[in-house]
Design a protein around this ligand. Sequence first.
Ligand code: FMN
Length: 238
Amino acid sequence: MPTPCEYTMYEFVRSGPPTTRTYLTSGPPLPTCLLGREGYLNLPPGCFRLEREVFIQAAASLRVAAELPCAQFLLSRRSVRRFKPDPVPLDLVLRALDLARHAPSAHNRQPWEFVVVRDRGRIEELSRIHEWSSPVARAPLAIVVLADTRQAPDSYMQDGAIVATYLWLALHCVGLATVWIYTLNKAEEIRRIIGAPDHLFPVAIFPVGFPAVEPKPRPRKELKELVSLDAYGARLPG
Ligand SMILES: Cc1cc2nc3c(=O)[nH]c(=O)nc-3n(C[C@H](O)[C@H](O)[C@H](O)COP(=O)(O)O)c2cc1C
C-alpha cells in the first residue's frame, strides 16, 4: 500500500483547456512548478492520489521541463544591430510595451514612460548621439525609455534599468530585435530630440526592427568567477 499522500485528489490534465478541473481537497497548495502555463498540471489525465515521492519526482521533472523554454528564451536574446527594412507594426511594439510595463519597481511607483519614435528625422538624430548609436539609423523605429526623477528620486536608475531590460526581453518575446543604446551622458541631447521635459531621464534607446542578422552569442564570464558562497570570495568548489 502506498503511504497516504499529503497531496490528495488532484485531477491531472494535459496542458491546454482541461476537461476536468484541477482541484485540491487537502494538503498544502500546489507548488507553482507543477502548474502549466494556463495554471493546469502538465501530467496525463486521471492521475489521482500521487504518492509523496512520486509527487516530488514529478515536481522535479516538471520544473526542468518548465525551465527549458524559459532558459532557451533568455539564452537566445541577442544584441541585434541590423534590421530588415520592413515596417514594424505598431501593435507589436505596443504589445511589447504592454509586457514591459509589468516590470517591478521600488514601491511599485512605475516611474517610467516610453517614446516610440517613427519620425526619420528624429531617428537620424538619435543615431548620431555617440559613436555606438549608429544602429538606430538602421531601424524602422526606436523606443526611448524614460525614468521619472520626480516620481522616484531615489530609485529611478534601477527602476529604469529594470523596465528597459523587460522591454528588451519583451521585444524578443514578440519576435522583434533590438539593442540597448547607451544614453547616460547624452540625456540633455536626447530630451531635446524627443521633446521630453527635464525631469525625465533617458535610460536607454532601443532601435527596433525585424532582425536582418543572427548574431552569435557573445562570450560570458564563467559562473565560478561570479559566485561566492556565504562570504565574498568563497568560490564554488571545483
Ligand atoms: C547598459 C548597456 C548599454 C549598451 N550600449 C550599447 C550601445 O550604445 N551600442 C551598442 O551597439 N550596444 C550597446 N549595448 C549592447 C552590448 O554591447 C551587448 O549587450 C553586449 O555586448 C552583449 O551582447 P548580447 O546583448 O548580444 O548578449 C549596451 C548594453 C547595455 C546593457
